[in-house]
Design a binder for this molecule. Structure first.
Ligand SMILES: [Zn+2]
Length: 365
């Protein structure tokens, strides 16, 4: 027994299965939501040389989970564009929103040649707090808490509902582990608004950590099972925008493997040190490509896309700061927003070129 324990300990210390010095994306792409475009957007990533392509998220990160949650009679309802919970929340009896992972499995079956071009694939899920921030609840559900930040009481102010949403998302994550996803992300943009430099809203830090750990538990359980696991899925949390030191510390205290942030649009330079990552056993998914691009009257593909030389400069800087073992390189955030600015054709061309330039620039290191 002791030997087994030591063996496990050694293996987890060497952390041989962690994913680093690889490329991935956040998830959304500037395409209309059709089956054909799902394939196009997945091929775009594979042809650009992305190591861990994500299933293309062509629907909003809210609808992706709320629509099936409504169907599963969770108690959530939709009126206009808003989600409501009037009674109690009921965790769906079966895991929801699995068709995106099924798409990936079908894709690799249809195009077996694609599989050898990637190291694995990624699933982008929406985290419990971000989902809860979208659900309007009656005032009695938030114990008289003032709806700071939001105009009306929201489920995010109720720890129990957040925890139930974490269970719902853990059920989804477990299925993605079974489907063989290599990186499973809980996207939590809302956390950036709630955990500021001075103030932390609605709950103590421990509650946030506990609920996030619950949502990623099926992933972390599998990835720490080093003896039996042939493959070891990595959990990730994506928070965009500027990250406060308090939020950084909170994320470092969770069990997550990968912390994923913007570094081009948001000034997060120097937020993490190599020591932070090393001592908390984390990898930094570093936003090295700008994902929000402004329209320019005389703009063209070359003005909208970072050159490989520019990217080499950025990469060289982060490699010297963190080392390759602690880095995954990726765009800041999703690319979905580019569709309305440039239209599908130019927007997707911009994305293809950005991703290809990134993988090309990385070859120099
Ligand atoms: Zn984001």
């Amino acid at each position: 027994m002791k030997d087994l324990y030591n063996q496990v300990k050694t293996m987890s210390n060497t952390n041989s299965k962690k994913i680093s010095w690889a490329t991935t994306v956040v998830g959304s792409f500037p395409y209309e939501n059709t089956k054909e475009n799902m394939e196009r957007a997945f091929w775009d990533q594979i042809h650009a040389g992305i190591d861990y392509p994500c299933y293309p998220q062509l629907v909003s990160m809210m609808d992706q989970f709320f629509d099936p949650a409504i169907e599963a009679q969770s108690g959530i309802t939709k009126k206009g564009n808003q989600y409501y919970l009037e009674g109690d929340f009921k965790v769906p009896s079966k895991p929801i929103a699995l068709k995106y992972g099924q798409f990936v499995l079908d894709f690799f079956e249809k195009y077996p040649e694609a599989k050898s071009k990637v190291k694995g694939w990624k699933a982008c899920l929406t985290g419990p707090f971000t989902l809860a921030g979208e659900i309007i609840v009656p005032p009695e559900k938030v114990n008289g808490k003032r709806p700071i930040l939001y105009e009306e009481p929201r489920a995010i102010m109720n720890a129990e509902i957040c925890s139930q949403l974490a269970t719902m998302m853990a059920d989804v994550a477990r299925e993605y582990v079974n489907m063989g996803a290599s990186i499973i992300s809980m996207d939590e943009p809302s956390l950036g608004l709630i955990i500021g430099k001075r103030k932390i809203l609605f709950h103590p830090e421990e509650t946030f950590v506990e609920i996030l750990n619950k949502a990623i538990a099926p992933i972390t359980a599998q990835s720490s099972n080093q003896l039996s696991a042939q493959f070891s899925p990595q959990s990730s949390i994506h928070v965009c925008g500027r990250i406060s030191p308090r939020l950084r510390d909170m994320l470092l205290h969770t069990n997550v493997n990968i912390v994923d942030h913007e570094f081009q649009k948001a000034d997060n330079e120097g937020l993490y040190t190599r020591e932070h990552l090393e001592s908390n056993n984390k990898v930094l998914a570093y936003g090295i490509l700008e994902s929000s691009v402004s329209y320019q009257t005389d703009g063209n593909l070359d003005t909208y896309v970072e050159t490989p030389a520019k990217l080499e400069e950025r990469i060289s800087q982060v490699v010297s700061e963190y080392g390759k073992d602690y880095l995954i390189l990726k765009p800041d955030c999703g690319f979905g927003g580019l569709k309305d600015i440039f239209g599908q054709e130019l927007a997707s061309e911009i994305v293809r070129k950005k991703l290809a330039n990134l993988t090309q620039a990385m070859k120099k290191f």
